[in-house]
Structures are given as structure tokens and as C-alpha cells.
Design a protein around this ligand. Structure first.
Ligand code: MN
Ligand code: MN
Length: 460
């Protein structure tokens, strides 16, 4: 009898056919990443996938019965999808919750100015970034803007082959003597993170000649004026595609894997189970939310009561007499968010035997938070036991991890928000290297195992 627990790497357990499946899934995932660089695009692509698979807008359904497939889009930036189970909602639901907002640079409401013949756009960073990582890399511009008539205009520049790109020019090392004296958290002044947008002077303008050129081009292309930036949401994100990493093509590098890797698996798990004609005993819910990276605030975040509204709609349309709080109390959830993988060169921040190793399976984390478990949602032993059994029964390879050494930092997910409502929740997602950087790295085997884990959980 083997008494010791040891991590196993996924690759050595797979046969040739399974490795092919990993590659197929990885490529589909990378395609999703490349076409979903903002939360709005994630929602648009999710709706397309759901519609193709027989899901429909819950508001168009008068009543719901077992097997019905519905979704609710919350203000273009978050989405809840459900398949109705045979049992009444009082018996609880199986929820997988992930987020689709990723660290990035947002435009300020009045962003445009010029200095020394270069026009730039002022940004405000979104989420926890190491600011220097966003300097001197190609950036793409995505978003929506409304003109004075209230018409919505979509912007997407920088990700197709002949597109132009944008960048923030970092200071050359030759003149950076003073800049480099400051500590890494301070040497990039966020007020100087301005994106270069033009350099040609308008011949007719008397002043702000480059700014005039930029405004004229924006007006030609999109019919917008400077004031319209105030009714816009424009995001700058890395202008490069996700790709395999390593001579063995074992890893995936790409922007926004936190947390689109879990969101894609979440979506694919529910959709593929429907495709496989699985009949669900309990209602299953994929919840994919926004604003996790800035503390889950606002009406598209997990703390908004729109998810309560969705549960109310499910109750009413299925004719259940259950109280919403009872539904929550009997529900179970995986908080599907990325975890930290032990870094090969910065392993001193991790307690190795309580950390996730790249390629060793989906990370199951009893708690996150910081210091003395502050702000953590600490899953109870009973629920850990239940989830571990589900994974064991379904041959899902998982590993037990924590965020890092106590006192080295910390972080959280949406887990606590559902736990507050009474749901049994545990953190469970893909481990990544270089989290929140423009090029996060995951193991394609973990990525695939995440999908298998979520399928197993939905079926349980
Ligand atoms: Mn996350
Ligand atoms: Mn994050």
C-alpha cells in the first residue's frame, strides 16, 4: 500500500490518442484567447458557442423544464448559462464560476494630447500589473464608443496581419540613470503610461497639429469626436497571439489566461456535456463574471445581485417553490480561477510541498487569501473530500496547492462571494507562470485537465 502522496505529471500517464486530444483542445483554446481579448468579446464569443449548441436567452422562455438550456447576458460583460436538471432547484445546483476580465490598460475619459509632435493617449491601468512589463510591447486597441446620436461603434485595431499597432515607449537605458534608481514598483509612473497614437501634423490646423490628424482619422474611420472618448470603454491589450511555448510544445503562452483558461473550460464543459446528450440530475450553471481583477465591484461583478436575479428567474420559470437561500445552501461550486505554478527560478516564494507544479494537474486550493488566512474562503474538509472523490472517480489529475509562502503576498478569487451566500465552494483552476503579465504561461496538459475536471464536476 502506498502511503506517501506524490505528484504525478500528466504527460507520462497519457497515450498517443490522449495527447492528440490535448493538442486539439489547446488549439481551440488558443483560438478563443486570440479572439477574446476583452470581457465584451469573451461574452460575444460565449453567446455564439451557446447559441450553436441550443442554448437560448432565458428572458425569451416562459417556462423551463429538465434539459432546457438557457443563458443570461448581464450588460454585455458577464454571462450565466444553465442546463436545467431533473431535480427541483431546492436540491441545489452545481456551479462553476470563472472570470473574463484581465489586467490591461484602459483609456482615461479624456485621453488625447500631443507633445513634441507625438500624439499620445493617457491610460489608467486595470488590475494588478507590474507596470514595467507593459512598456515597449506592441499593443492592440479594443472597445466600444458611442457617438452623440447614441450609436455604438466597435473598435478593434492591432491584431490582424496588416493592422497598425500601438505602444508605450519606455525610456532608453542610456538616459534612465535616475529612473532606474527608483524601486520597481515606482520607476514607471502610471501617469506616464501613455500610448503613442500618431506623429503626422495636419496642414490646416493652427495648433495641436498631430492631435488634429489623429482626430480627423478617428472621425473618418469611426465617425467619432474627442468628446466621445467620455462615452467609451477602450482597452489596450498585448497585440500578439497565444502560441505554444517550449521546444517540446508543452506549454501555452498568451495574454489573459487569467482567467480565460478556466472560463473557456467552464463553457466547453457545459456545452460538450450537452453535445454528449448527458442528462443532468441537478441544474448546472456556468457563471462567467467581470471585474474580478479590481475586487469584484460593480454591476457586472460577482458581488452584484444579478446572479440572484438569475436564480430567481430559474426558480420562477421551473415552477419551483424553493427559497433562493435554500438553493444556495444546497449548491456546490468550483471557483474556477488560475493558480500559481512554482517558478523554476523564483521557487523561493513557494512552499514547494504545498504548491502547484506545472503539468501535474488542475490545482485544488483549499484557501487563498493572505497572512493568517485573511480574506480567504476556506473550504471545509467535507467539501474537499467530496471534490477529491469526484476527481478520483473520473480519473481527473489534480494537485493540492496554496498560493505561496505565508507573508510573500496573497490574493483572492470570487470564491468567498458565493460562500457568503451559503454555497460550498473551493478554488480549483489551472496553474500558470507569470500571472498578470502580457504573456502568461500554462501547461497544455493542465489546460486540458481543467476541462476534464469541470466536466466531472458538472456531472456529479
Ligand atoms: Mn483570476
Ligand atoms: Mn488575476
Amino acid at each position: 500500500m502506498e502511503l506517501k502522496y506524490e505528484k504525478k505529471d500528466i504527460y507520462s500517464t497519457l497515450n498517443k490518442k490522449e495527447i492528440e486530444q490535448v493538442d486539439v483542445y489547446s488549439k481551440e483554446y488558443m483560438k478563443f484567447l486570440n479572439s477574446s481579448k476583452t470581457e465584451r468579446l469573451c461574452v460575444e464569443n460565449a453567446v455564439e458557442i451557446l447559441n450553436e449548441n441550443g442554448f437560448s436567452d432565458i428572458s425569451k422562455k416562459r417556462s423551463l423544464k429538465a434539459g432546457d438550456k438557457v443563458y443570461l447576458v448581464n450588460k454585455q460583460k458577464s454571462i450565466f448559462a444553465a442546463v436545467i436538471g431533473k431535480k427541483d432547484l431546492i436540491y441545489g445546483t452545481n456551479i462553476i464560476g470563472s472570470h473574463i476580465d484581465s489586467p490591461r490598460l484602459d483609456l482615461k475619459p479624456m485621453p488625447l494630447y500631443e507633445n513634441h509632435d507625438v500624439a499620445v493617449l493617457k491610460t489608467q491601468y486595470y488590475g494588478g500589473i507590474k507596470k514595467y512589463q507593459w512598456m515597449s510591447i506592441p499593443l492592440a486597441m479594443y472597445g466600444v464608443v458611442y457617438n452623440e446620436k447614441g450609436e455604438k461603434i466597435k473598435i478593434a485595431i492591432g491584431d490582424t496581419n496588416d493592422d497598425t499597432t500601438f505602444t508605450i515607449a519606455d525610456l532608453l537605458p542610456h538616459l534612465a540613470k535616475d529612473q532606474l534608481k527608483a524601486n520597481a514598483n515606482e520607476f514607471i509612473d502610471p501617469e506616464k503610461m501613455s500610448v503613442i497614437i500618431g506623429n503626422i501634423k495636419d496642414k490646416e490646423a493652427k495648433d495641436s497639429k498631430v492631435k488634429t490628424t489623429v482626430l480627423k482619422l478617428l472621425n473618418e474611420k469611426y465617425g467619432i469626436k474627442e468628446i466621445d472618448f467620455a462615452r467609451a470603454e477602450i482597452e489596450f491589450v498585448p497585440a500578439f497571439d497565444a502560441k505554444f511555448v517550449g521546444i517540446d510544445r508543452s506549454m501555452i503562452g498568451g495574454y489573459g489566461q487569467d482567467d480565460r483558461v478556466c472560463s473557456y473550460a467552464n463553457l466547453r464543459a457545459i456545452v460538450d456535456l450537452v453535445k454528449e446528450n448527458h442528462t443532468f440530475d441537478k441544474t448546472v450553471i456556468s457563471l462567467i463574471v467581470d471585474k474580478e481583477e479590481i475586487g469584484s465591484t460593480g454591476n457586472t461583478s460577482m458581488t452584484s445581485q444579478v446572479f440572484d436575479m438569475f436564480i430567481n428567474m430559474l426558480l420562477q420559470k421551473t415552477g419551483s417553490k424553493a427559497d433562493r437561500l435554500n438553493v444556495y445552501y444546497n449548491s456546490k461550486m468550483l471557483s474556477a480561477d488560475v493558480a500559481t505554478a512554482v517558478d523554476p527560478v523564483y521557487d523561493d516564494v513557494s512552499d514547494i510541498q504545498n504548491s502547484n507544479i506545472l503539468g501535474s494537474g488542475i490545482a485544488l486550493e483549499k484557501y487563498s487569501g493572505s497572512g493568517g488566512k485573511y480574506s480567504s474562503s476556506d473550504a471545509n474538509a467535507e467539501f474537499m473530500s467530496e471534490v477529491m472523490k469526484i476527481f478520483n472517480d473520473n480519473k481527473v489529475m489534480y494537485q493540492i496547492g496554496t498560493l505561496g509562502k505565508i507573508g510573500k503576498g496573497g490574493g483572492g478569487t470570487i470564491a468567498y462571494i458565493l460562500a457568503d451566500k451559503g454555497v460550498d465552494v473551493v478554488d480549483c483552476g489551472t496553474a500558470v507562470l507569470a500571472m498578470h503579465s502580457p504573456y502568461e504561461v500554462s501547461s497544455k496538459f493542465d489546460v486540458y485537465m481543467t476541462y476534464l475536471a469541470y466536466k466531472a464536476f458538472f456531472k456529479s
